[in-house]
Ligand binder design. Sequence first.
Ligand code: NAI
Ligand code: MG
Length: 392
Amino acid sequence: MRTIVSMPGDGIGKVVLPEAIRLLDVAGFKAEYVHGDIGWEFWQKEGNALPQRTIELLEKHKIGLFGAITSKPKDDATRELATELQGKGFVYFSPIVGLRQHFDLDICIRPCQSFKGNPLNFIRKNANGGFEEPIVNTVIFRQNTEGMYGGVEWTNPPAQVREALETHPKMKNFAHVPSEELAISTRIVSKNATERIIKAAFEYAKTYGYKNVTICEKPNVLRETSGMYLKIAKQIAKEYPEIALWDTNIDAQMMWLTKNPEDYGVVVAENMFGDIISDGFAGLIGGLGFACSANIGKDVAVFEPTHGSAPKYENLKPSIVNPIAMFLSACMMLDHIGENEISTKIKNAIAKVIEEGKVRSYDMMKLRGGANAINQGAATTQQITDAVIANL
Ligand code: NAI
Ligand code: MG
């Protein structure tokens, strides 16, 4: 039997993750779940939102299901730390970013696939003044550990950094700016990680029958980093003659995704561009209630909805948040470990519930969130799970 590390985290993570486990059980997935502590509570009590014991659980069991965590700005983090820990040098860092870095979960997969009958699906006016609803089936591969979010940055950079940068002729433009007035964030990409994400994207396209892989970067301006993506993609594409390699610029892609989203199969991008483009595509298929993801490393993999802890709804009983993003993330986990049959069964049941349209969460009904949504006909989180279970 499999052991899965279950990390609900904060806020609605504590609602949607248990619902996913309830669904997985009924769907016939045989597993044992061990609880992993993660999130704000552990920052407050222990000065560490990602306790070592949780890292050890993942080291041992390799597969994690994650809900969401709450992060707060620096001043709040300091203030909310237990009194006895204050002033002892504890620094808050996001535990999910911590997990991605610790286990080198460099491949982030974010499928954005529309369900038939979802009232949140993107629609487009056609030439006759009518509407059409393109079926979106795009899977974003986001490099998860380096690039713009690699964390190599400074305000008031030290002298050596400044001197090193001054070896570049373009730094002349900043020669008159005092270091105290400079902020620098780097975009460092490595050949190895770039090859891994692009290779993974092509492999995925091949496995699931996608006809194209798009590199979504900006090589005309970011000549070195985006340039490296494109160059490596051209080499790797030769191994996959049946799959077309496209390249688009991130800015133009944000426009095209509403003009012709149905054309894009697999899309690959560096960390920040992947973050942007995956939110863009997620908006076409229903937004945060539907956006699932996987973080995959060589050894360990963690599956999570892309939404956060939604503190607004944390204490709302019964809960009204949409658990489908969490369910779809659990399905990605099943696919990853070879339980494709159960995954397909769950996805089909979700599709049926959405298409029937009898049980809908507040976001699907385009209602304002809150206790009142239920009076207006929105289903509770539990009722959505029940409906999916009934359709298995
Ligand atoms: P959020 O994703 O938590 O919520 C934004 C809004 O989206 C919510 O107020 C709600 O209206 C809607 N929403 C989110 N999930 C939903 C669901 N399952 N069903 C229906 N509606 C849903 O993002 P926000 O408000 O920016 O951040 C809240 C906290 O979450 C912050 O502390 C932030 O740092 C953290 N966060 C954590 C993430 C993670 O754990 N991976 C990702 C994003 C934010
Ligand atoms: Mg994001």
